[in-house]
Structure formats: structure tokens, C-alpha cells
Design a protein around this ligand. Structure first.
Ligand code: NI
Length: 176
């Protein structure tokens, strides 16, 4: 266990845009521990990604990645990635609608359109700046976690709530 717990929808911090991380603090023990804790709590909750506001921290950092995942059993592995102070450089105009959940919304899920490819500038866990390009499900995860950094939740992104519901009920009804 870590000292953190997942903040659920209703917490004001989930609706508050984050502050940038001071780059010279990235190598510090405290920040390195934070990154480890974020991966740990993401795995404890079977998440594919986690943004700092979801554990109550007002900082521009997100993590994601998995080998296999119970919440998204049909998705291929996504490499473990840390994005600190991410900025979007490019996003495709082409969008794809897909079912998305969120650890801050328990088992609720709905259809969210996302750009099919994205290019990000960010700092990694060593404090090096780099460019991250992603497509498909990885691009979807990045857009979801970036939304958290800006105070947005998936419900803000759903043009149609027709298939919004609890994962277990959607499964029972063969909607997902
Ligand atoms: Ni989320």
C-alpha cells in the first residue's frame, strides 16, 4: 500500500488544473518515490493510467502502461511511461469512439471520441525532455490522463450517454 488513495468524482481537485513540476525537483528522492507510488497505486486499482490529481496532488505528472489489464483485457501491452509537464504538439483530426472508464468513476464507463494519434512534448522520470508519439489505445490513454491534468473527466467528453453505465451491466447486456 502507498500513503495515497484514489480521489473519486466530486473531489474539487479533480476539477482543478494542475501546476507545472519544477524540473530540478524531478531527481529528488521525494519525486522519484512519487512516481513509484503512482505506478503502484495504478496497478493496485487495475488502472491503465493515473494522473496526479487522482491521488490529490496538484502537479503536472501522469503515468501509464501495462502488460495485461483486467479492466481492458482485449488491449495489447502499452509501455510504462511517465509524462511530466506534458504539452500537446499535434493531434490527429481523425477521431475514434471507444469505451473508456476511469478509476475516479469506479466501474462507470461510456463512449468517448479521441484523436487516433497524438504527439506530446514532456519530461521523463530522469528530467530529460523528449517527444512522445502514440496511436490507438495508447493515444487514448494519454488524452484521458491529460484531461485529468486540466480538470476534465470522461463525462465532459461524451457526446452521447446512450451507452453510459456500469461496466458489469454493460457486459451483462453485451454492449461492451
Ligand atoms: Ni481517469
Amino acid at each position: 500500500m502507498t500513503k495515497y488513495a484514489i480521489k473519486r468524482a466530486g473531489e474539487p481537485i479533480l476539477r482543478t488544473p494542475v501546476q507545472p513540476v519544477a524540473i530540478d525537483t524531478i531527481p529528488s528522492d521525494a519525486f522519484q518515490q512519487l512516481i513509484k507510488d503512482m505506478f503502484k497505486i495504478m496497478k493496485e486499482y487495475n488502472g491503465v493510467g493515473l494522473a496526479a490529481p487522482q491521488i490529490g496532488l496538484n502537479q503536472s505528472v501522469l503515468v501509464y502502461g501495462f502488460e495485461s489489464n483486467l479492466r481492458y483485457p482485449n488491449e495489447k501491452p502499452v509501455p510504462q511511461t511517465v509524462l511530466i509537464n506534458p504539452t500537446v504538439l499535434n493531434m490527429s483530426d481523425e477521431k475514434q469512439v471507444g469505451f473508456e472508464g476511469c478509476l475516479s468513476l469506479d466501474s462507470l464507463r461510456g463512449e468517448v471520441p479521441r484523436a487516433t494519434s497524438i504527439e506530446i512534448s514532456a519530461y521523463d522520470a530522469k528530467g530529460q525532455s523528449y517527444i512522445k508519439k502514440a496511436t490507438g489505445f495508447e493515444a487514448r490513454i494519454i488524452q484521458h490522463e491529460l484531461d485529468h491534468l486540466n480538470g476534465h473527466l470522461i463525462i465532459d467528453r461524451m457526446p452521447d450517454f446512450k451507452h453510459f453505465g456500469f461496466t458489469e451491466v454493460l457486459l451483462e447486456n453485451k454492449i461492451i
